[in-house]
Each structure stands twice: as structure tokens, then as C-alpha cells.
Design a protein around this ligand. Structure first.
Ligand SMILES: *Cc1c(COP(=O)(O)O)cnc(C)c1O
Ligand SMILES: [Zn+2]
Length: 410
């Protein structure tokens, strides 16, 4: 890989050769992929990328840690729409606002970006089986992307995972283990099984390549804005890999001279489950919290990638903000009604946090902001109904309808 120098531990700084099945540092620290930005700058330009007709995340190969002959996995991952939302901008009291709808990925979440990368690296490394633990979406995206590429999967999810996500796993033919425990216990079981059976590890806290897949959402936002960078990017945070990836993506572009600015990252967690935000705010080491929010994808009490996440908030001069479940349900309704975008609870939590900050006057009126919708609402229709309410139920009788219609317009 001419664009990659090495893998480097974020704790002790030890460097490793970028092998496709690298895991964590011997000190236990998570590795980071270190690029040769001079090489990228000398060999690629923003125009090269903009003229690509590969409308997937793989259009960013100069910034991806894969060999030149690594095969792109089959599913169309990435190049999700970035919708400008002037009415929402006005409501929020900011100059410009966009929604990046990553719920439109093939298995309907941003996690597809990591899974596409994981599948590519597993094949590069010669594995035929890949495994992970997940609150749900990493699992369903791995199952789908692996199925399309002809790989076997073993997948561990906590028993609380919404049925829509479990249905995806089963349809994609994964070997699914629904763990009678919380996410922390699910993660530990998957780790033990992977150690014992030697499968390729798609756990974003262990496999540093996955964040490189996730960062493509940031590369896309910049490219879709004409290689401009917004003032703020808001998103929900669970394990911390997504926010770490978003920050890495914007830094990559900046370091390679493709952009000339960095955004501030708004990290949104639940008031009940916010170990990363709490650490970022207090400067104390993070501490475990209970898993207690209906936004299941970010109900993570023991985050697996806290260091890169906390760094993304602090280094970007970003804002940690917490929201209640009611504020998340409100964001589901508002994003649906104003923007026509249906996000799962964790999918719109970034929106909920941004809304709160705008109400509190913490975002300047001349700001430009992107909120990332990280997962699709069809994965969790029970909470959709909770947010939006039940429909009116009527007999098939026009008189009944007329009475109902007239009651509406009183
Ligand atoms: C996984 C996930 C997140 C959070 O990503 P982390 O890397 O765990 O911080 C947010 N939203 C959705 C829909 C997710 O699936
Ligand atoms: Zn180390």
C-alpha cells in the first residue's frame, strides 16, 4: 500500500506493519492507520476523485488502506445523498443545514461503510469467515456485505436488538447468536469465540481498518459540498468509532491539501448513557454507565473506542451534548415531517442534539451544519410508532370519514 506508512498505537506510539488482519497493540491500545499524505498529495487531486464514476465509498481509494488489486465488495455502499434543508435551517436559526442520509446504504445504516471495508480486508487476508458483536447494525451490515461477497459470518447481538435488525441477519444467512446479556457481555463473548476459532474480526474496537471505512462519510460530505467543509457536523455516539472516523476523514482531506478547514464535531449521546461525553466534558477518564436509552444503537455503557472519540471532540473544538429519549422521539418526528427522512432513534440523535444546542443559542446564526442520519427508521418501527402515534381507525363508511374529516378542520 503506497499510501499507507504503518499502523500506530494511539496509546504507546508503537508502530506495526499494516497487515490486513492486524488487531490491537501489545499494550492493548487501538491502532491507527498512518497515511503518507505527501504521496497522496503528489499523486491525486480532488478533481481526480470528482471525475470518478464509481459512485460508492470506494471512489476514495487514495485515502483507503487497501492494496491496489484488492477487490471492491459487491454491494453499493456509500455515496448517500446530502440534502440541503433550508426550512430546517430557518427553524434551527442557522445559515445552512444539510442532512446526510446514511440510512440509504444497502443494509440501511452507516455501518455498511465499515463492513464493506472489513469484507475487503478479510478477503485480502485470505479468510472465509468473519465475525463481530454488535448492538445490531454492525451485525446486519456485516451479514449483508459478507453474504454478497460469499463469506460466512458468526454474529453476536444482545437479546434486546430490535427485531428488524435480527430479521436482516437471518435473511442474510448469518450464524446468529442472540446473547442473554447486555452489549458489554455480548462483546466479550464474541472476542472469546473469535480468539478460539480464528475468524476474521470485524469489531471496530479491535480492527483499525473499519474506522477507515466509516471515515468515507466525511470525505463524501466534503466532496458533495464542492470540497468545502461545514462549520459543524452533528452525529450520535455509542462505541465512538463513527465519530472517530468522521474526524479522521476530515483530517485526511486537510492533511492532503484537499480542503483548507476542519469542522467542529457535535457528539450526541443519551442523558442516561453518555460515558464519552462525560469524559470529554470533565477531562476525567471515562467510566462505565448503565445502558439505558431506547436508541439501541448507541446504548453503549462501556464504549470500545473512547480514546479516538474523546479526541475527536476535544481536538476539533467540538461540543458534547446529551438528549432524552423524548427529545430523540421528537427528532424522529421532525426529521420525518420536515425532511422526509425516516431515521431510527440513534439515527436521528445527532439531529436531536443539534436542535437542543440551537434552542440553547450555542450554535452561531451564521453557521453551516451537517447532521448525519446514521440508520434507517424501518429497522425499528416500534419506536417509529411511539414517536408518531397510531393512525385513526375508521369503518369503511364515507359518513364516518366525513365526520372525521370535519373534526380535523374545526
Ligand atoms: C453504531 C451506530 C451509531 C454509533 O456509532 P459508534 O461507532 O458505535 O459510536 C450511531 N447510529 C447508528 C444508527 C449506529 O448503528
Ligand atoms: Zn501500544
Amino acid at each position: 500500500m503506497k499510501n499507507v506508512k504503518c499502523l500506530k498505537c494511539i496509546k504507546c506510539g508503537k508502530e506495526y506493519e499494516a497487515l490486513p488482519d492486524a488487531t490491537t497493540c501489545e499494550c492493548g491500545g487501538i491502532l491507527d492507520v498512518i497515511y503518507d499524505y505527501d504521496y497522496i498529495r503528489e499523486n491525486f487531486t480532488p478533481d481526480d476523485i470528482s471525475s470518478s464514476n464509481n459512485y460508492t465509498m470506494w471512489r476514495y481509494r487514495p485515502f483507503l488502506p487497501v492494496e491496489e488489486d484488492t477487490v471492491q465488495p459487491p454491494l453499493r455502499v456509500g455515496w448517500s445523498p446530502l440534502y440541503e434543508e433550508p426550512r430546517m435551517a430557518e427553524k434551527l436559526g442557522i445559515r445552512k443545514f444539510w442532512i446526510k442520509d446514511d440510512g440509504l446504504n444497502p443494509t440501511a445504516s452507516l455501518k455498511d461503510r465499515a463492513s464493506s471495508m472489513g469484507v475487503a480486508k478479510a478477503i485480502e487476508a485470505g479468510y472465509d469467515t468473519i465475525a463481530c458483536s454488535s448492538t445490531g447494525n454492525a451485525a446486519s451490515s456485516l451479514a449483508g456485505n459478507a453474504a454478497a461477497a460469499g463469506l460466512k459470518t458468526y454474529i453476536f447481538v444482545p437479546e434486546r436488538a430490535p427485531i428488524g435488525k435480527v430479521a436482516q441477519l437471518l435473511i442474510f444467512g448469518a450464524n446468529v447468536v442472540s446473547v442473554k446479556g447486555n452489549y458489554e457481555e455480548t462483546f466479550e463473548l464474541s472476542k472469546a469465540a473469535i480468539d478460539e476459532y480464528g475468524w476474521y474480526n470485524r469489531n471496530a474496537a479491535i480492527n483499525c481498518y473499519l474506522m477507515e471505512g466509516k471515515k468515507t462519510v466525511a470525505l463524501e460530505i466534503a466532496e458533495q459540498l464542492g470540497w468545502e467543509v461545514p462549520d459543524y457536523v452533528a452525529l450520535s455516539v455509542g462505541d465512538g468509532c463513527t465519530i472517530g472516523g468522521v474526524w479522521k476523514g476530515f483530517k485526511d482531506l486537510y492533511n492532503a491539501g484537499f480542503t483548507n478547514k476542519l469542522p467542529k464535531i457535535i457528539s450526541v449521546q443519551s442523558v442516561n448513557t453518555c460515558p464519552i461525553n462525560r469524559a470529554a466534558r470533565t477531562g476525567e477518564p471515562w467510566e462505565p454507565m448503565e445502558e439505558n436509552t431506547l436508541a439501541d444503537s448507541i446504548s453503549v455503557g462501556v464504549p470500545r473506542n473512547p480514546d479516538k472519540a474523546i479526541n475527536a471532540i476535544l481536538e476539533s473544538g467540538g461540543i458534547p451534548v446529551e438528549v432524552t429519549d423524548d427529545e430523540i422521539l421528537e427528532a424522529m418526528r421532525v426529521t420525518g415531517r420536515e425532511c422526509g427522512v425516516f431515521g431510527e432513534p440513534a439515527g436521528v440523535t445527532g439531529m436531536a442534539g443539534l436542535t437542543k444546542l440551537c434552542r440553547e443559542g450555542k450554535i452561531p446564526a451564521d453557521a453551516s451544519v451537517v447532521a448525519i442520519v446514521t440508520g434507517n427508521g424501518l429497522k425499528d418501527t416500534a419506536n417509529g410508532i411511539k414517536a408518531a402515534g397510531e393512525p385513526v381507525k375508521l369503518e369503511p363508511d364515507i359518513d364516518k370519514f366525513r365526520a372525521y374529516y370535519e373534526s380535523l378542520n374545526k
